[in-house]
Write a protein that binds this ligand. Structure first.
Ligand SMILES: [Zn+2]
Ligand SMILES: [Zn+2]
Length: 423
């Protein structure tokens, strides 16, 4: 080995034109000599006249290496004092510059955020973190303070925080602002004097509502009453009413539609006139029950009722339509409510189960609510990737009428026919 090494050293001196070959072979020779010599060298260790392999000492640094750049320095052999002709100190993968901070969890009006130290050169994240101050909303609506309905006209771009347990029945209408947060431990109720389509929380087109915890309840307990010619129409209120596209993010408890216990429709839990996107975690979504005593056909409220497409990508405990009930001896028709109604419905997340509401009246032609109902040009259902352990079910009809279909529409993609209509 030593002879080979020496041979190439001589060859190197005598034939510069073939350097590229020499270097290649020289590297191989070095690999052998490093093993034999036991020295710690990271550049080719030449052999001096005494036949040893250089053992390079510590660098005298001129420029420190970093995580992205080589350094420069000099060093000598600890045996013979010869200076290493290589002056490049390799990149040091640990030599980061912890002078930057990267936002790893953005702050919101619901919670502080987190930022993590990061290398200003290579952007790798370090171990140290620090909090980012929780944002202050432009407007806070505290339901525990004051009484009566709340109409908010803050300009678009404002951030709204709703919190507190509703102090009686209060209707909240946000007219312009689309960035809406609901704190944990909040209960929003409706207000029974809203004349047309009662509701608990109304938001504008493009609203994104972010829930801050499991203890958020949005529901409308009571029936609504108006004088309508000779009839009195009562209607359960809607939980969340959107005026266009709507997104629900974050975490919520339950979102319920209101019931109607004299005669009227059950309220929808969520209704909007545009596309609905649910990326948040929600305990349960349930339409309110409707009931009849006299003079009017009624049905249960829908769990979700959208005029556009619906996507559910997160986790919902259960979605169901409300029951149609008859609590008297009269025979006006009482149908069950639909679980989810939309144009094209895509579920990629988890939903515990989907049910249409039961028709619990007194007439044989009554229908249970459909579990999923789609309508319009290009409508459909895609459940590819969905996890629905409890299945999709239409509501039954206790007097022997038509039960609701599990899915009423084109065959659902990504779902077994056994769970498709007829179930
Ligand atoms: Zn040496
Ligand atoms: Zn770095």
């Amino acid at each position: 080995m030593l002879k080979l090494n020496k041979l190439f050293s001589i060859f190197y001196i005598s034939n510069n034109k073939r350097n590229f070959i020499i270097i290649a072979v020289f590297t191989i020779a070095f690999a052998f000599s490093a093993c034999g010599g036991g020295g710690s060298s990271d550049s080719p260790g030449g052999e001096d006249g005494n036949g040893h392999t250089h053992t390079w000492g510590e660098w005298t640094v001129i420029t420190n290496p970093t995580c992205t750049t080589t350094g420069e320095g000099t060093r000598e052999c600890t045996k013979c004092g010869e200076t290493d002709p290589n002056t490049i100190i390799p990149i040091d993968p640990e030599a980061h510059a912890w002078t930057a901070w990267t936002v790893t969890t953005p702050a919101t009006v619901l919670a502080a955020g987190v930022e993590t130290e990061s290398c200003s050169r290579c952007s790798i994240l370090g171990a140290n973190t620090r909090p980012i101050t929780q944002l202050t909303p432009d407007v806070t609506i505290d339901l525990a303070v004051g009484t009566g309905n709340i109409i908010n006209s803050s300009p678009a771009g404002s951030t709204i925080l709703i919190k507190g347990i509703s102090n009686g029945y209060r209707y909240i209408k946000i007219k312009n602002a689309t960035d809406i947060y609901i704190a944990d431990n909040t209960t929003i109720l409706g207000f029974e004097e809203i004349v047309v389509t009662p509701r608990a929380l109304e938001v504008p087109d493009g609203a994104k509502i972010t829930g801050g915890g499991n203890n958020i309840h949005i529901e409308y307990y009571e029936q609504h009453q108006t004088q309508d010619g000779h009839d009195i129409l009562q209607e359960g209120g809607i939980g969340i009413f959107g005026n266009g596209t709507l997104e629900l993010a974050g975490v919520f408890g339950n979102i319920f539609g209101g019931y109607s216990d004299i005669f009227g429709y059950g309220g929808d839990a969520i209704r909007t006139s545009g596309a609905l996107k649910i990326s948040g975690i929600i305990g349960e979504i349930r339409g309110g029950w409707g009931s009849t005593i006299n003079g009017r056909q009624v049905r249960g409220g829908y769990g979700i009722n959208s005029s556009g497409d619906i996507t559910i990508s997160s986790s919902i405990g259960k979605i169901s339509g409300g029951e149609g009930r008859n609590s008297s001896s009269s025979s006006f028709r009482t149908d069950g409510g639909i679980g989810i109604r939309g144009s094209y419905i895509t579920i990629t997340g988890y939903v515990g189960a989907i049910y249409g509401g039961r028709a619990q009246g007194r007439r044989v032609e009554e229908e249970g609510g459909h579990g999923i109902f789609v309508f319009g040009l290009g409508c459909g259902v895609n459940l590819t990737g969905a996890t629905i352990p409890g299945g999709v079910h239409g509501g039954d009809a206790v007097m022997g009428g038509q039960p609701g279909r599990a899915i009423n529409g084109p065959a659902a993609e990504g779902w077994t026919s056994a769970q498709h209509w007829p179930y």
